[in-house]
Design a binder for this molecule. Structure first.
Ligand code: XIL
Length: 378
């Protein structure tokens, strides 16, 4: 066909139009502007879709109090409800930090995510000391401690916590292995010599909530949930719990993500798969690292870099795409919680190594970043 034919020229026009549209879209993205103030409340913007939370330490309740009150309707304790911090010795609880966070939430009509009953990290050493792997009496001792721990926390915080991370990171990333075992750091697995502790954690949680007449939800929380092999293991754990008569309400995708990982389509598939299994979804620990060249297999970490304007724009576009995806799936997503508030206080400054990262919506001086405007501009 000759290129001057009407068909060819209409094709050309369509191509030009498509090109113009793509450019317009690109400009629109680059058009996101900082105004200096953040006068659109983040949680109000998303109120009809899902709640919006932040993980905090007590110091945040004064250092970024205004931001918390204005932008968030959910809190999680970044560390202070974990087993070690809140239950540092047998029979002794240390509630003051968790209480401060819970009271801030209560005073500001926020709800909380309870994080977390069972994790292989930040456990107190007393809990496992003197216990022998596989010993029936020792397993009973550990079960009793767990039951007491769960009942105590549920009783104290049920009025403000609407969902609990019952178990955190118990699934293995290793091919051919479903559960994280002793060799991957789980003292729980090592003493029980099996994944049976997960059953008991959900059982005691379910019973404690029922005794209170509570409607709080029970979640399993993990990273790499968008990796299909890991999600399959998680869903087989869900089936196993259900086959034993237990309830599990939802899966938390931690959301410690990067500028280029995971893909939107991997996140979308994970959300679909989880909700097809009859479970709620939450994004529980969202932060977007600027480091995209770490190699976890060799522990070769990218060198410290500056947060350039280009990276800030890239991050804003990434946040916008993610929130548009969350919004489109709002019937399945119950909450989105950021793992921190501002870049001056992020665990990623120390993980996987000491290096400044800039993963949150507010900068080191607590000013809104481009990402904030990108997700509130609709
Ligand atoms: C992190 C905290 O942010 C740090 O302050 C602490 O030193 C280690 O734990 N997955 C989780 C969170 O479920 O509890 C972790 O929080 C981050 C990874």
């Amino acid at each position: 066909m000759n290129s001057n034919s009407p068909r060819a020229s209409s094709k050309g026009i369509i191509l030009i139009l498509a090109f113009m549209l793509i450019n317009l879209y690109g400009c629109r993205q680059l058009e996101i502007k900082k105004t200096g103030t953040a006068d659109v409340s983040l949680y109000k913007k998303y109120e009809s879709y899902f709640s919006v939370g932040a993980a905090v330490a007590p110091k945040h309740l004064s250092s970024v109090a205004d931001i918390l009150e204005f932008h968030f309707n959910r809190l999680a304790a970044e560390n202070d409800m974990k087993f070690g911090p809140i239950h540092p010795a047998a029979g002794r609880y240390s509630f003051s930090n968790a209480d401060a966070i819970a009271n801030f939430a209560r005073n500001n009509s926020m709800t909380m995510t309870g994080h977390t009953f069972v994790w292989h990290r930040q456990q107190p050493s007393w809990l496992f000391s003197g216990l022998s792997p596989g010993n029936t009496r020792d397993i009973e001792t550990l079960k009793n401690q767990l039951k007491n721990h769960i009942e105590t926390l549920v009783n104290r915080y049920d009025d403000v916590v609407d969902n609990w991370d019952v178990v955190n990171e118990a699934i293995s990333d290793t091919g051919g292995k479903t559960y994280r075992d002793g060799s991957e750091g789980s003292e729980w697995y090592r003493i029980f010599q099996s994944e049976e502790y997960i059953y008991w954690a959900f059982k005691y949680s379910q019973d404690a909530l029922a005794a209170k007449g509570s409607n709080a939800k029970l979640y399993y929380n993990d990273y790499n949930v968008t990796v299909p092999s890991k999600l399959n293991k998680i869903l087989s754990m869900v089936q196993w719990l259900r086959s034993r008569g237990l309830r599990i309400d939802g899966i938390g995708l931690q959301g410690h993500w990067k500028l280029d990982w995971p893909t939107l389509s991997d996140i979308r598939s994970a959300i679909n798969k989880i909700s097809t299994a009859g479970l709620e979804v939450k994004i529980s620990e969202l932060d977007i690292s600027i480091y995209t060249n770490d190699d976890w297999s060799t522990h070769a970490w990218e060198a410290e870099k500056a947060f350039t304007e280009q990276l800030e724009t890239q991050q804003a576009v990434r946040y916008r795409e993610l929130f548009m995806l969350f919004k489109a799936n709002s019937g399945r997503i119950t909450s989105v919680t950021f793992w921190g508030v501002s870049d001056d206080a992020t665990w990623l400054d120390y993980h996987p190594k000491r290096r400044n990262d800039y993963p949150l919506l507010f900068d080191d001086r607590h000013k809104p970043k481009l990402a904030y405007y990108a997700i509130t501009d609709f």
